[in-house]
Design a protein around this ligand. Structure first.
Ligand code: BLA
Length: 240
């Protein structure tokens, strides 16, 4: 269901940036689970380039049971740009959840004006994809923008609306990257490093995917995947 989204991102990235492979631990890069009704495959890719210190995306293919495309792009620490966050999930044809956002690192008005307001015209065209759903795992006011796409939807809308919306958001993201000026002041850079690290910790602690990973691939693999690949600047919270 979301393969064309992965291919589009890949094509864009390779045509615009000088990507260098960031090797993934072979244990984490690809895995097949035979535990579910349909075998579940998980595969991940990771790159870097001068503009982005980490570009990662993951595809879970469990046939008709589950199709998931998840990606985060982390700008280089000299850029205070939001992260590009993508989480598209389909559990059969009935339960499809899509989330797409420029995930803000800061929330001051100048920041929002510079990086988030430009999303507004695109967001306005896709009301069906912005449903003001309540977040149960995350806090909508932390690392999410007011113009995120967040919807429970259907296969037709994925093709007819999500795909064009996705292309437009990504185009805009590249424009923001092109315009961005690298910070050179070490205090400012430190502030960005901390904000990206806090994002990883927050996301690792809240990620609703960990249950799904555990059921497919077991506890140990899931913890490693979460803390050594997805959110590698996070540390596991000690259990009491
Ligand atoms: C929700 N994301 C979910 C859920 C799962 C995942 C299983 C719960 C779906 C449900 O309601 O049953 C899956 N998350 C994943 C997977 C990975 C992951 C497979 O990190 C990694 C491979 N999530 C993100 C990113 C965004 C995001 C980058 O990883 C931002 C665009 C958003 N996911 C997001 C939101 C929800 C969600 C907002 C709804 C959670 C809520 O209600 O609080």
């Amino acid at each position: 269901m979301f393969q064309p989204f992965l291919q589009h991102l890949e094509k864009e990235l390779f045509s615009r940036f000088h990507l260098i492979d960031r090797p993934i631990d072979p244990e984490l890069e690809f895995k097949i689970s035979q535990r579910s009704k349909n075998p579940a495959m998980i595969e991940s890719w990771c790159y870097e380039c001068p503009q982005f210190r980490k570009i990662r995306y993951t595809y879970i293919n469990a046939g008709a049971t589950a199709q998931i495309f998840n990606s985060v792009i982390y700008p280089n620490h000299q850029y205070d740009l939001p992260l590009l966050g993508i989480d598209f999930l389909a559990f059969g044809q009935k339960k499809i959840l899509v989330v797409l956002d420029f995930q803000p690192l800061f929330r001051d008005p100048d920041y929002l004006k510079k990086y988030i307001e430009p999303m507004a015209p695109i967001r306005k065209k896709y009301n069906d994809l912005a449903q003001d759903l309540e977040m149960k795992f995350y806090d909508a006011n932390q690392y999410f923008s007011p113009y995120l796409l967040f919807a429970r939807t259907n296969p037709q809308t994925v093709i007819e609306q999500l795909f064009p919306a996705y292309q437009e958001y990504i185009q805009l993201y590249w424009q923001l990257v092109e315009k961005a000026e690298p910070k050179t002041d070490s205090t400012e850079v430190e502030r960005i490093i901390k904000a990206q690290k806090d994002y990883d910790q927050y996301s690792a602690e809240r990620d609703p995917a960990s249950g799904l990973f555990k059921s497919y691939f077991g506890h140990e693999w899931s913890e490693e995947f979460l803390h050594k690949f997805l959110f590698e600047d996070s540390v596991p919270v000690p259990v009491k």
